[in-house]
Design a protein around this ligand. Structure first.
Ligand code: XMP
Length: 516
């Protein structure tokens, strides 16, 4: 059996990043929600170490989540992150208090003592950048612990009990915005837990193929294809597992980018031999969305209609027993906690919809545990062309969530043109691959302008571009001012309907990548 790390989930939005870091360190891991894990399940799982995740609760509240007390007596290394650190301290006799100094986002910590977690990353006496997200803080250490890093707001920013191999950090080493965070987790997994790390994406692919075969048997599967990276990788993976038991259905809801439908159909019929049904449903979707402006209502209408059309098309080909979706982990976590834990809903994502219940189908979601870049790595393992794998992500509800307020075909057409110009400029500048996602947003605001001595009264559009490694957190892409000016000018000159262009300077958090 391969080496394993157990992650106990207290409902953090970024718990799955811990699992991802474990995969990067070449070690298999599983996430178990705190309310389902017992000391017996831990013993059965036989991990080399345990990581306690962050979470939204406060240790100071009565009945707040706890780890099973006995795990602290198993002789296993334990790393507590944020809430995980706090509950570990409280459960081992320390004290957690509400802090009057909350810390969210970037912070700097002082490394005050050496520690196994820091090897090759941080040295005593330096200041290091971390990503914090906490209201409470440890106030008194349990016996046997020492402080290894601190900040003004968190005097116990990192603590260690070397003898027991227990470690706690107030910040989040699992997010990309803690620059050496992955190294810290790596140090825990390899250095402290002693894992060798022999697990790879090729092994993941093989496991996934076998799991699909086991789940599906000789039954039929249909797959909603959007032409994006996720559904394409899911479709190719499933096709490799079960061949022509798979049929793909592509619903064009009229909310796609310029020429996208043609490209999808072309690609799948040229490159792959997967049976593909193409349905144009633009009138239906835009008709039902008319006059709707509330973001969640729009998302739900699109999700519902998608289900109707998909069901119709599926029935035409005689139905299926399974529905395959390219749902990724970030789609899941922001809709409902992955493991049934207590994280909060931010947006109801389109691909986690109600189709399977209605059609009485089981789901095949082979990418459900992965992040975007891991899906790309899996795609490479499957031999999918880089031109497809490198595409920026595009959300299921499409342009609908890039047109705040109500939608019309006219607005979609305006946005499509502006978006194509923006991406054309980005490609020409050689920046496409540096950017995680770039797109235009059409605002429900008209402003006055002047063109050719005449007054104009047209829409405002916003350019958005972010860097990210997983879509969970994101930074604004720092374009040169000359690029922004030239692109804005080109958009206003070439797109009738837009007379003003802005650039969105909001990171995630506090913004989200999409505007709705
Ligand atoms: P947000 O806006 O939540 O987006 O920061 C994070 C990532 O998810 C994409 N996104 C979606 N993808 N269905 C999808 O398949 C959806 O309903 C959906 N909503 C957002 C978004 O484009 C970004 O990459």
């Amino acid at each position: 059996m391969s080496e394993r790390i157990l992650i106990i989930d207290f409902g953090s939005q970024v718990t799955q990043l811990i699992a991802r870091r474990a995969r990067e360190a070449g070690v298999y891991s599983e996430i178990h929600p705190f309310n389902k894990v017992t000391v017996e399940t831990v013993k059965d799982f036989d991990p080399k170490g345990i990581i306690l995740s962050g979470g939204p609760a406060s240790v100071t509240e009565i009945d707040s989540p706890r780890a099973p007390q006995e795990i602290f007596d198993l002789g296993l290394p334990i790393l507590g992150i944020c809430y995980g650190q706090q509950t570990m301290c409280e459960q081992l006799g320390g004290k957690v208090e509400n802090s009057d100094h909350q810390e969210f986002g970037r912070a700097e910590i002082d490394i005050v003592e050496d520690c196994d977690l820091f090897h090759g990353a941080w040295n005593v006496g330096t200041q290091e950048v971390v990503w914090m997200s906490h209201g409470d803080k440890v106030g008194k250490l349990p016996e046997g612990f020492r402080i290894v890093a601190k900040t003004g707001g968190a005097p116990y920013a990192a603590i260690a009990n070397d003898e027991k191999r227990f470690y706690g950090v107030q910040f989040h080493p699992e997010v990309a915005h803690t620059p050496h965070g992955a190294q810290l987790i790596n140090n825990f997994i390899h250095g402290v837990c002693g894992c060798k790390g022999d697990w790879t994406m090729a092994a993941y692919k093989q496991q996934a193929i076998e799991a699909i075969r086991r789940q599906v048997g000789d039954k039929k599967v249909i797959c909603g294809l959007s032409g994006g990276v996720d559904s394409s990788v899911a479709a190719v993976l499933i096709h490799e597992a079960i061949g022509d038991q798979l049929t793909c259905i592509f619903v064009d809801h009229g909310l796609l980018r310029l020429n996208e439908a043609e490209q999808v159909v072309d690609l799948f019929s040229k490159h792959y031999n997967i049976p593909l049904v193409h349905r144009n449903a633009e009138d239906l979707f835009l008709g039902k969305l008319e006059g709707q402006s509330e973001p969640e209502t729009k998302r739900k209408i699109i999700g519902g209609l998608f289900i109707d059309v998909f069901e119709e098309e599926a029935n035409k080909i005689g139905g299926a027993d399974f529905l395959a979706q390219g749902t990724l982990y970030p789609d899941v976590i922001e809709s409902v906690s992955f493991t049934g834990g207590p994280s909060q809903t931010i947006k109801s994502h389109h691909n986690v919809g109600g189709l399977p219940e209605r059609m009485n189908m089981d789901l095949v979601e082979p990418l459900r545990e992965l992040f975007k870049d891991e899906v790309r790595a899996l795609g490479r393992e499957l031999g999918i062309p880089e031109s497809l794998l490198g595409r920026h992500p595009f959300p299921g509800p499409g342009l609908a969530i890039r047109i705040p307020g109500d939608l019309t075909k006219e607005k979609c057409d305006i946005l499509r043109k502006a978006d194509a110009i923006y991406l054309d400029e980005i490609r020409k500048a050689g920046l496409y691959d540096e950017i995680w996602q770039a797109f235009m947003v059409l605002l429900p605001v008209k402003t006055v302008g002047v063109m050719g001595d005449a007054r104009t009264y047209e829409y405002v559009a916003a350019m958005r571009a972010v860097t990210s490694t997983d879509g969970m957190t994101a930074d604004v892409y720092p374009f040169e001012p000359a690029f922004l000016t030239a692109t804005a000018t080109r958009i206003v000159n070439e797109v009738r309907g837009i007379n003003r262009v802005c650039y969105d300077y909001t990171s995630k958090p506090p913004g989200t990548i999409e505007w709705e």
